[in-house]
Design a protein around this ligand. Structure first.
Ligand SMILES: Cc1cc2nc3c(=O)[nH]c(=O)nc-3n(C[C@H](O)[C@H](O)[C@H](O)COP(=O)(O)OP(=O)(O)OC[C@H]3O[C@@H](n4cnc5c(N)ncnc54)[C@H](O)[C@@H]3O)c2cc1C
Length: 400
């Protein structure tokens, strides 16, 4: 009884480690990791942060022996520079941290909190209009959180998905923010592949699934073009693919069709460290990850920015980074001239999470074919955590 996992993103890697018996992972690309991967030169495609609330993702890291490589760069609260007025301070992500007035977001009034709490009630609305009476709180806290967690502009983002995030970050330790100390390759993808191989699994690269063979209501074959894998009666498969690929292979599938881009700018810059993770309000950059040797900027929900050219983006971003470095006293030199910059534009980074999105399809597409992927998560936004949860859920569904 072999399980074939199609796609070596986080959902596929999690499924491969959760199924019983022999497993083969088939990945179209030359490397694993999907939307959370190391580029050929080792640079992350984009900064990935996890929260303490992402229990499935953290459990996955623990299981592959990589949790110790994820560090909490800002245990005292997130350093945020507001470019509108030059204020630099630490903002707590969790309501538990708001007991200290200095760590409270702007505009945090009882009425603003009540309006936020109402979003957790029944129904699903766009977040921005629902909080328009509280512009300071919206700008200083809700919008950055929505953009980071849902990768959807706040004016169109789903209150139901945001409420699911808020419910989870309220618990003690749940708002801790973690990043990979070295990068997604050594701290996520490589340990996951090693764990799959250690349990006897195989990973095939350059294996793009072209079509599915279905006979008698069951999956019977996987067509990879030059090779067709015939399934034995007890064999099964997990399709751990992005929604557009899953929908191509299963045309009647209900899958998200609209996505939002994430732009990352990677500056090659010698900094002594330590790892830092800082935020900006009112500029191009939203988050800045400083690691020894690199400074990476994240712009989520980057519909407009992803259309701009790197030579236009880099000087703007670098000017903001210098202001951030000055405001928080980051060690090292921060010269006026921008260092070499590489832009990575992930145009379909995640689905757009809007009110009233239809629920994902059932996990079992056929009795021996399960679906996984970040977009299969019914409640939470599409993230690493959602991908891991979906992979494990697919494995459980096949074991029943
Ligand atoms: C720039 C960026 C920043 C992000 N930041 C964060 C963050 O900070 N925190 C967070 O939690 N999440 C973040 N995310 C989201 C996170 O990366 C995704 O939710 C997650 O990686 C999705 O995993 P997946 O396995 O569902 O899909 P994918 O990663 O897309 O994996 C699918 C795999 O299937 C392969 N494939 C596709 N078609 C075929 C085929 N026909 N045959 C075989 N293989 C195929 C692909 O090559 C890929 O490897 C970010 C995403 C991006 C792009």
């Amino acid at each position: 009884m072999t399980t074939h996992v199609i796609g070596a993103g986080l959902a596929g890697l999690a499924a491969a480690l959760a199924v019983r018996g022999p497993v083969v992972v088939h990945e179209a690309a030359a490397s694993a990791g999907g939307r959370a991967r190391a580029l050929p030169d080792g640079t992350d495609n984009g900064t990935h942060a996890l929260l303490g609330a992402n229990r499935a993702a953290l459990d996955f890291l623990r299981g592959i022996g990589a949790l110790e490589h994820w560090v909490e760069p800002e245990p005292e609260g997130l350093p945020v520079l507001d470019l509108a007025d030059g204020r630099a301070r630490r903002i707590a992500l969790s309501p538990l941290g708001w007991a200290r007035a200095a760590n409270r977001p702007d505009g945090l009034t009882p009425r603003a909190l009540l309006a936020l709490a109402r979003l957790a009630g029944p129904g699903d609305r766009a977040v921005g209009p629902a909080l328009s009476a509280h512009p300071a709180f919206l700008r200083g806290f809700v919008e950055p959180l929505v953009i980071a967690a849902l990768n959807t502009p706040v004016g169109e983002a789903s209150s139901r998905r945001l409420a699911a995030v808020l419910r989870r970050v309220g618990a003690p330790g749940a708002a801790r923010l973690l990043v990979a100390r070295r990068g997604l390759g050594p701290d996520l993808v490589e340990p996951a592949l090693a764990a799959i191989r250690a349990r006897g699994g195989a990973v095939r690269h350059g294996a793009r699934l072209r079509s599915l063979g279905i006979e008698g209501g069951r999956l019977s074959a996987l067509d990879f073009g030059e090779e067709v894998v015939a399934l034995a009666p007890r064999d099964r498969a997990v399709l751990a693919l992005p929604p557009w690929e899953a929908a191509r292979l299963l045309p009647d599938l209900r899958a998200p069709a609209e996505h939002a881009p994430i732009l990352n700018l990677h500056f090659t810059h010698a900094t002594p460290g330590p790892v830092r993770f800082l935020g900006l309000l009112g500029g191009l950059c939203q988050w800045v990850l400083v690691r020894p040797g690199t400074v990476a900027v994240t712009v989520s929900a980057a519909d407009a920015e992803a259309r701009e050219a790197t030579p236009d983006l880099a000087p703007r971003a670098w000017g903001e980074i210098r202001a951030l470095a000055a405001a928080f006293g980051l060690p090292g030199e921060w010269p006026e001239e921008p260092p070499p910059c590489r832009a990575v534009k992930e145009r379909r980074a995640t689905p757009r999470h809007r009110p009233g999105d239809p629920p994902p399809p059932p996990v079992l597409a056929l009795p021996n074919l399960a679906l996984a992927g970040d977009w299969m998560e019914p409640v939470l936004p599409a993230t690493l955590d959602a991908a891991v949860r979906s992979g494990r859920r697919a494995a459980r569904a096949l074991e029943r």
